[in-house]
Design a protein around this ligand. Structure first.
Ligand code: GDP
Ligand code: MG
Length: 760
């Protein structure tokens, strides 16, 4: 079977084409670097089946980033039959830069001019024939998104002859040097001598490793630095010989629709406030219990009556309670309520059907209590991800990275680093892998460390359960405000930590950030559904494996004494789990959920510990232990039960609040702790694999310290507001110290040396 490699710039539509060709459902992202490893599939739409390999997106074949090396080595060493070079036709000149390098290899190349739908929409045209003549390889117009031109592309690709000699646009200028370098590779009988020769002239480190290359290099370049000359020549060639193939629509206005949208959304001042408002709207739709507070609008004085005051029959009240309680719930909360009502019915039914006490406890409190506490949040997680996918797919997230780059570059963080961070909202594992797109190792390390601060899908149930508990039990604030606030806290913590690291232990260059801003487009329905389906699968699979097992274990250890005797719910305090929990409990005292919580306080300590396996476990533990607390009478939750029919996760949180008397600041600190401490097991394993050698243990220490400090700050400020000033003072001192040190005015060692010199 013939193998074709897809090569092209980041964001040119490689993965979209790969999916269209192979019917695969790989993640399509509207920002660079989503594909980091190569991926394979089979195209079956033509006369013969062919193998397709999706390579990472690259701007050139120099060995500056891991992706460039992966792509280059793949083409040189694995000998694909040909390369399908995807070129974003809306960004022709920039994309052809890579094309000129690919053409230097002795491999058949076919150019796929992608995004032709955009080009046509803008009224422009591309003279394909003249581009073909100039490049000397076939060029086919396609639209990967609309699946247009794909069959023609593949038919012509398969028909290409297997032999092709590399060609270069540098011939006229560097004739002599190239000849010398080529001679070296030809004498070594290396394939694609022209490509290697050009790289050698560029002083390419991978080439110079070759035996004898150093001498050949010196002989060819004769002390000149040709790297910049070569890059310059390529661009010159492109703009004078290739650029003209794009014919602009006559008399077209300068601004496209996208440009006009960008004038607002990437505005120098308004971009960030607009982003914050958009995010808030998303959280409001997903989490708010006061989505439509009709009373306030209609000027009905005290607002609308609460559900209890409507005097409805029990069945009707349960139904209306899904949508309304003094205000209309947001779509996210309504979905949550639907799921929860169903889960409540199942739990009651199953619990009632089993008559052995311990078994009924294990099944309904342990397994179902734990599982449903987590699964109940699936609708809200999906809704949140739907919105994030829309922001990503339309091209808005790429703009945000661009806007943030403008601000954070001076602090040692490039816009590139924000993409893996934003991916962290989904799951830390792919986000950490995605940091491979960062060229600077230190920037990469710093980014991997703060990715867990971007609250992932698994942490969402913790936020929502506790926010729901706070709103229902204490009757303050709104769940959307609390969750939104916690997300922002995580992001701020991440930014501050990166800035600290980049100015102290992980100082380094911030490489330039080049990115195509793709034109805005409507998100594709299929794409969105694929994202959601992926999330659902992942979440449900995890629920029925890791979380299922964990809840059973937690239930068992909370009902076994040290001499392996079964303890009924009432004696949970004597269980193994309780004593382990009580042992670690004091550690959390400065954070508000330690010794001050009294005899049941260990449940929070245990929940935090189980989160180290998977973050969903925190709420699953709430579910299991909360159910036990209720049945042992430590928590009444009568009042809560009335309002929220049967909300597993939230009721469990309320049970824990009642039994321990924990305060609001401590609850917020508890959320913050789970968000910023050591992430789940899978994320730790990924971090260990992705970080440079020896950095992992420091990273774990970083997570422990940062979560402890952040949560202590949250708790003390919430508990005694004036401690805010102490924390601010500490931050000010640290900042000044770092700033002065970077200015070279406050270097302890050099001051010390200077003094010593003075003494001499
Ligand atoms: P990759 O980084 O090269 O893998 O690019 P992706 O396949 O992730 O695509 C990047 C963005 O370009 C996505 O938002 C796609 O929906 C969009 N895109 C891809 N192909 C086309 C196309 O033919 N036309 C248009 N209008 N958009 C496209
Ligand atoms: Mg991709």
């Amino acid at each position: 079977m013939k193998t074709f490699a897809l090569a092209g710039n980041p964001n040119c539509g490689k993965t979209t084409l790969f999916n269209a060709l192979t019917g695969a459902t790989a993640h399509v992202g509207n920002w660079p670097g989503v594909t980091v490893d190569k991926r394979e599939g089979v195209y079956k739409g033509g006369n013969e089946n062919v193998n397709i390999v999706d390579l990472p997106g690259i701007y050139s074949l120099s060995p500056y980033t891991p992706e460039e090396v992966i792509s280059r080595n793949y083409i040189l060493d694995e000998h694909p039959y040909g390369i399908i070079n995807i070129v974003d036709a809306t960004n022709l000149e920039r994309n052809l830069y890579l094309t000129t390098q690919l053409l230097e290899m002795d491999v058949p190349v076919i150019v796929a001019l992608n995004m032709m739908d955009e080009v046509e929409k803008s009224g422009d045209k591309i003279e394909v024939k003249s581009l073909e003549n100039a490049l000397g390889v076939p060029v086919v117009e396609i639209s990967a998104l609309k699946s247009k031109g794909i069959k023609q592309l593949m038919d012509r690709a398969v028909a290409m002859s297997a032999e092709r000699k590399g060609t270069t646009v540098l011939k006229g200028v560097l004739e002599k040097q190239l000849e010398t370098a080529c001679a070296f590779y030809q004498s070594e009988e290396i394939k694609s001598p022209l490509f290697h020769a050009v790289k050698l002239l560029e002083n390419d480190e991978l080439e110079l490793e070759r035996k004898g290359a150093k001498q050949a290099f010196e002989k060819a370049v004769a002390g000149k630095d040709l790297e910049a000359v070569i890059a310059d020549e390529r661009y010159k060639y492109i703009s004078s010989n290739l650029a003209h193939v794009k014919v602009k629509k006559a008399g077209k206005g300068v601004l496209t629709k996208s440009d006009r949208i960008d004038r607002v959304l990437t505005h120098r001042i308004w971009a960030i406030p607009i982003f914050i408002v958009i995010l808030f709207c998303i959280f409001h739709i997903t989490f708010s219990e006061d989505f439509l507070y009709v009373g306030a609008w209609a000027g009905l004085g005290g607002g609308l009556p609460a559900l209890d005051d409507l005097g409805l029959s029990e069945g009707l009240a349960a139904f209306v309670g899904i949508f309304y309680d003094g205000a209309v719930f947001s779509p996210g909360v309504i979905l949550f309520n639907v799921f929860d009502t169903v889960f409540g019915l199942i739990t009651d039914g199953v619990g009632g059907a089993i008559h052995t006490e311990w078994l009924s406890g294990l099944v309904s409190d342990g397994i179902l209590g734990g599982l449903f506490a987590v699964l109940g949040f699936l609708p809200q997680i999906l809704l949140l991800f739907l919105f994030f996918s829309i922001l990503e797919d339309t091209g808005y997230m790429a703009r945000i990275a661009f806007v943030l780059d403008r601000i954070f570059r001076r602090f040692g963080l490039s816009g590139r680093a924000f993409m893996p961070m934003i991916m962290g909202f989904g799951c830390s594992v792919p986000a950490m892998i995605n940091t491979r797109t960062l060229a600077d190792e230190k920037e990469r390390t710093a980014t991997v460390r703060v990715i867990p601060f971007f609250s992932c899908g698994a942490k969402l149930p913790i936020l929502v359960a506790i926010a729901g508990g706070i709103v229902t039990y204490f009757g303050v604030s709104n769940a959307d405000l609390i969750t939104y606030g916690m997300y922002i806290l995580g992001v701020c913590a991440a930014v501050v930590c990166v800035l600290l690291m980049r100015n102290t232990t992980l100082k380094g260059e911030t490489p330039p950030f080049i990115m195509e801003l793709p034109a805005y487009h409507w998100p594709s329905f299929k794409n969105l559904m694929l994202h959601l389906w992926d999330k659902t699968k992942h979440f449900v699979k995890k629920a029925f494996t890791i979380i299922f097992v964990s809840t059973v274990i937690i239930w068992l250890f909370s009902h076994l004494s040290w001499n392996w005797r079964y303890l009924p719910d009432e004696q949970m305090q004597d269980s193994i789990l309780a004593s382990v929990g009580m042992f670690v409990q004091p550690v959390f005292t400065p954070l508000g959920f330690g010794s001050q919580l009294g005899k049941f306080g260990w449940v929070f300590a245990v929940a935090a510990l189980t989160g180290l396996i998977a973050k969903e476990n925190v709420v699953a533990t709430f579910g299991t232990l909360g159910a036990c607390l209720i049945s042992m009478g430590a928590a009444i939750t009568g009042s809560a039960d009335e309002i929220l029919a049967d909300e597993e996760g939230i009721t469990a949180a309320i049970a824990m609040i009642e039994a321990t008397g924990i305060s609001i600041p401590a609850l917020i600190a508890f959320i913050a702790f789970n968000m910023t401490t050591i992430p789940c097991f899978a994320a730790c394993a990924t971090a260990k694999a992705e970080l440079p050698k020896g950095k992992f243990k420091w990273t774990v220490l970083f997570w422990l310290l940062s979560s402890y400090i952040i949560c202590a700050a949250v708790y003390t400020i919430g508990y005694r507001w004036w401690t805010l000033f102490i924390w601010l003072a500490v931050v000010a001192v640290i900042t000044t110290f770092i700033a002065l040190r970077n200015l070279g005015k406050f270097d302890i060692i050099s001051i010390f040396k200077r003094n010593k010199k003075g003494e001499e």
